[in-house]
Design a protein around this ligand. Structure first.
Ligand code: NOJ
Ligand code: CA
Length: 692
C-alpha cells in the first residue's frame, strides 16, 4: 500500500513537473481583452501558439518550424531565454487612404528562443495582439551557427476549430486572377475546375493550397481572415490545406531549384496575420495589415494626388483598337489621346493612361520565341509623347505612363533607370506596370522572393524619381503602402477586363460582393469600374458585364483605390445623366464605414471625401434582388444634405435589362432611413452634399 502511495505521489510529482516544463506558456491579450494569444513549447520543445476570442478557441495549438537546406530543421529542443511584453498606442495619418486617421494600438510579446542542442541556434517570435486580430513574425538574430539561411520550408500552422465556410482562390504561384469559390473548408480543392484557361498567360498550382487573404465564417458567426503583412525580401505565403483535420500550413512560393528564401542573419519574416471580426464589415474597417507595416519613409509625396483617370485601354479589350502599331487601329495615337484629355478635363478627371504607346507590342506574348523586346522610352511614330504630356498639363490632366514588361524582368531591370528618368524629365508622376506571362529568368514565379524583390526595386525607383506605381499581375498587397505611399494601387484580382474577353461567362454578379472581404483586405484595387455599355454591343457578341449600370456606379465607393479608372468609351458616357455620379464621386477619403454586408451576398459602404463634407454611398448585391435599408445616422446631426440617388428600376436586371436606372433627389439628414431596391446583379450609388 505504502509502495503504491509513493508510486502515485511520484507520478503526480512527475506529471506536474513535466506539464509545467513542457507546456510552459506565455500569454498576451488585446487592449480590449477579447483576443488572447498563448505561446507554448510542446513536449519536444517545439514552438506553438493558440488564439482565443472571447474565451473561444479560434486557432488551436499550432506548431512553428523551419526546414533549411544543408542544415538541421529549426524545429524542437528550444528553451525560452527571455520574454518581453509591451503596450503600444499611436494614431498616424494616411497620406491617402480610406481613413485619414488610423489608430494603432496593440500589446506585444517577444519570445527569445535558443536550441538546447549543440548548435544553440536562436530564433525570436514576436506577437502583436490587437482588438481586431493578431500578427506574428519570426526574427533570425545574427549568430555564428546561422549566418546564411536557405529556407526550403516555413511550417507555420493554423489549426482551425471547425469546418468553416471559406471564400478562397487557389494558391497559384503565378497569378491571383481567379473567381472566388465559396465552400466548406473540407471541400477546398485548388485543382478542381482550375484547368488553366486560354486567357491566363501563366499559372502554376503545385498543391492543394489557397492564396491569401483567405476569409472564413465559423458556425458561431465569427469572421476570420488569414494574410500576411510587410512582405519584404521573402517569398509570399500560400496556405496548404489539410481538409480532413481542418488545418492550414504556410507554403512559401519557391523557385525551380526548390528554394523558398535565401537571407543572411539578422532578418525578420513578414507578419503572419489573422483578422478576427464579429461583423463582416469590421474586416474592411480593420487597419491590422497597414498597422503591421513601418511608418511612411517618403518625406514628400506631394507629387501624387489621388485621381480618377481615363485611358486608351478598354478599346483594346473590347477589340475596337490595338496595342501594336503593325495591326489595324493602333489606339495610342496623339489625336485620340488629346480627345480623351479634353473629355477628362471637362469632367473632373485628372489622369489618363495610354497603353500601346511604345515599341515592342508586336511580339509581346511571344515568350516561346523569347522575343519580348519592349522599349520603355521610344514611342510609336503616331504617338507624340511630349506633345500629349504638354497638352494634358495645359488641361490639368496628367499622363499615367504604361510599362507592360511581359514579365521579362531581365529586360525591364536593364531599362529601369532610363525609363524612370524619362518620366522624371517629363514630370509624369504615375506608372501602370504589367507582368503578363511567365517570368524571365526561367524558373522564377511571380510570387517568389525574386519577384518580391523586383517589385521592391521598382518602388524604390518610384521614390527616387517621384513616380507612383500601379502594378498589374503584381505581388499581393501586404500593407507596404504605409511605408511606401508610392505603392498606390495594384491589380492582383480578376478585374473588369475579364468581362470583355473571358470564355467562361465573365465575372458573376457575386464577384464584387466577395472581393471586399478577401482581396481588398490586402489593399487598394485597380478594378476599373464604371462600364456603362454593359452589353458590350456591338463589339463583343459572347461577352457582357454581369451587373446593372447602377452596380457599376456603386463600385467607385465599394472598391477602394486612390486611382479609379473611368474606362468606357467617351460616347457611352456623353449625354448619360448617370455620368454625373462619376464626375462627383471622391477618390480620397476622410472616413470609411461599412453600413451593412454579408459576404457573397451584398455590401453597402459609405465614405466621406477628404477636404469636403461630402459623403458617398455605394451598395451592391449578388444575383439576388434585395431591398436595402440605409440609415444615414453617420451624417452631422441637424444638417440637411441633398441626396442624389442613382438606383436600379423595378424592372432592371443584370441579364436582360442592365442599363436602366433612375435618379432621385431628396433632402436628407442624420435621421433619414432610405429604402432602396436592388435588382438582380444591381446596386445603388448616392452622393450626399451638405446644403448651405
Ligand atoms: C493585363 C492588364 O491587367 C491589363 O490591364 C493590360 O491592359 C494588359 N495586361 C496589357 O498590358
Ligand atoms: Ca491582369
Amino acid at each position: 500500500m505504502k509502495q503504491l502511495f509513493y508510486f502515485f505521489l511520484g507520478c503526480v510529482f512527475l506529471f506536474s513537473c513535466t506539464s509545467e516544463e513542457e507546456n510552459r506558456t506565455t500569454e498576451v491579450i488585446s487592449p480590449n481583452k477579447n483576443v488572447k494569444v498563448q505561446f507554448l513549447l510542446s513536449a519536444t520543445k517545439q514552438p506553438s501558439y493558440t488564439v482565443r476570442f472571447k474565451n473561444e478557441t479560434v486557432i488551436d495549438t499550432s506548431k512553428m518550424s523551419f526546414d533549411l537546406q544543408d542544415a538541421l530543421s529549426l524545429k524542437g529542443n528550444f528553451e525560452i531565454l527571455k520574454t518581453t511584453t509591451n503596450a503600444f498606442n499611436e494614431t498616424w495619418k494616411m497620406v491617402w487612404g480610406e481613413d485619414e486617421e488610423v489608430v494603432n494600438q496593440y500589446n506585444s510579446l517577444k519570445i527569445e528562443l535558443q536550441e538546447t542542442s549543440t548548435l544553440k541556434r536562436k530564433i525570436n517570435i514576436i506577437f502583436k495582439v490587437y482588438d481586431d486580430g493578431i500578427g506574428f513574425r519570426y526574427e533570425f538574430p545574427k549568430q555564428e551557427n546561422l549566418s546564411e539561411v536557405v529556407i526550403t520550408d516555413e511550417n507555420t500552422e493554423f489549426n482551425l476549430t471547425g469546418n468553416h465556410k471559406t471564400w478562397w482562390i487557389p494558391g497559384d504561384w503565378d497569378i491571383y486572377e481567379y473567381l472566388y469559390t465559396t465552400s466548406p473548408f473540407s471541400k477546398i480543392n485548388a485543382f478542381k475546375d482550375y484547368i488553366p484557361g486560354s486567357h491566363l498567360g501563366q499559372t502554376y498550382i503545385p498543391e492543394n493550397a489557397v492564396n491569401t487573404p483567405v476569409t472564413m465564417k465559423t458556425d458561431k458567426g465569427l469572421y476570420l481572415s488569414f494574410h500576411e503583412a510587410d512582405l519584404t525580401d521573402y517569398a509570399e505565403m500560400t496556405l496548404a490545406v489539410d481538409t480532413v483535420n481542418y488545418k492550414m500550413k504556410s507554403e512559401l512560393v519557391g523557385n525551380a531549384k526548390g528554394i523558398k528564401v535565401i537571407r543572411k542573419t539578422p532578418f525578420e519574416t513578414p507578419w503572419r496575420t489573422i483578422q478576427i471580426a464579429e461583423k463582416p464589415g469590421d474586416l474592411i474597417e480593420s487597419k491590422l495589415i497597414v498597422n503591421l507595416n513601418e511608418p511612411n519613409t517618403v518625406d514628400d509625396m506631394s507629387f501624387f494626388k489621388p485621381t480618377k483617370y481615363v485611358g486608351i485601354w478598354w478599346d483594346m479589350h473590347i477589340g475596337t483598337g490595338n496595342w501594336d502599331y503593325a495591326g489595324e487601329n493602333h489606339s495610342a495615337n496623339t489625336k485620340y489621346a488629346k480627345e480623351l484629355i479634353d473629355f477628362a478635363s471637362e469632367n473632373n478627371i485628372h489622369g489618363m493612361l495610354v497603353e500601346g504607346w511604345n515599341i515592342g507590342w508586336e511580339q509581346w506574348w511571344d515568350k516561346k520565341a523569347k522575343k519580348v523586346h519592349f522599349d520603355f522610352v521610344t514611342p510609336y511614330p503616331d504617338y507624340n509623347l511630349k506633345e500629349v504630356v504638354a497638352y494634358g498639363k495645359s488641361k490639368n490632366v496628367e499622363l499615367i505612363m504604361h510599362h507592360e514588361t511581359s514579365a521579362d524582368i531581365t529586360l525591364y531591370e536593364k531599362q529601369l533607370d532610363t525609363a524612370f528618368a524619362l518620366m522624371k524629365d517629363l514630370k509624369i508622376h504615375a506608372v501602370k506596370t504589367g507582368y503578363v506571362g511567365s517570368v524571365i529568368p526561367e524558373g522564377e514565379y511571380h510570387h517568389g522572393q525574386f519577384m518580391v524583390n523586383h517589385f521592391q526595386k521598382v518602388l524604390e525607383k518610384g521614390i527616387e524619381n517621384g513616380v507612383a506605381i500601379n502594378a498589374h499581375e503584381p505581388i499581393k498587397a501586404t500593407g507596404k503602402r504605409r511605408t511606401y505611399p508610392v505603392a498606390i494601387s495594384r491589380e492582383g484580382i480578376r478585374g473588369q477586363e475579364y468581362n470583355a474577353w473571358s470564355d467562361d461567362g465573365g465575372n458573376p454578379p457575386e464577384h464584387l460582393t466577395i472581393v471586399p472581404f478577401t482581396r481588398m483586405l490586402a489593399g487598394p484595387i485597380d478594378y476599373t469600374p464604371g462600364i456603362f455599355n454593359t452589353s458590350l454591343k456591338p463589339y463583343k457578341e459572347n461577352n457582357q458585364i454581369n451587373t446593372t449600370l447602377a452596380h457599376q456606379l456603386a463600385l467607385y465607393v465599394v472598391i477602394y483605390s486612390p486611382v479609379q479608372m473611368v474606362p468606357d468609351l467617351i460616347k457611352n458616357y456623353k449625354n448619360n445623366p448617370a455620368f454625373q455620379f462619376i464626375k462627383d464621386v471622391g477618390v480620397d477619403w476622410n472616413k470609411t464605414k461599412v453600413l451593412d454586408a454579408e459576404i457573397g451576398e451584398f455590401i453597402t459602404v459609405t465614405r466621406q471625401e477628404k477636404g469636403t463634407e461630402n459623403w458617398f454611398i455605394g451598395g451592391i448585391t449578388d444575383e439576388n434582388a434585395r431591398v436595402s435599408k440605409v440609415k444615414l445616422n453617420f451624417l452631422v446631426p441637424n444638417k440637411t444634405y441633398t441626396a442624389k440617388i442613382y438606383k436600379d428600376k423595378l424592372d432592371s436586371h443584370y441579364l436582360h435589362n442592365p442599363e436602366v436606372y433612375e435618379i432621385l433627389e431628396q433632402d436628407v439628414n442624420s435621421k433619414t432611413i432610405l429604402e432602396l431596391n436592388m435588382a438582380p446583379g444591381g446596386g445603388f450609388a448616392i452622393s450626399l452634399i451638405p446644403k448651405n
